[in-house]
Design a protein around this ligand. Sequence first.
Ligand SMILES: [Zn+2]
Length: 139
Amino acid sequence: MVIIKEEINNQLKRICEVGFPDEVCGVLIGKMEDNNFVISDFKICENTNHERSIDRYELNPKDFMSAEKYAKDHGLDIVGIYHSHPSHPAIASETDKLYAWPGFIYLIYSIYENRYKDLIGWIINEELDKFETTKISIS
Ligand SMILES: [Zn+2]
């Protein structure tokens, strides 16, 4: 399960709305607690896929590394990645699955016409080679 602070979730929704019609992306920062992803912070990363920024994202590795340092400095870890799906449902694509790292939570925010529509969390199930959805608790 994902446990995310309402304030953080609201900020992420807003960032994904403002980024429309491009995909925006970044890292989710927090801790693993009893197999739950507890998300308490995040860092925006540049989407370096400029050619297909409407339906692809690639995290700027420099942003990723500085986010990693930021997390460590705060006694936290990068626990996953968020990105937006402009004008598409929050369903993980084949590309999303292909590039997903085991043990990471992937939050996809669906945005239509600059407005947040839906949020779905995805985790790789290595045994079944499947991308599975997970429950999200916003508190
Ligand atoms: Zn995607």
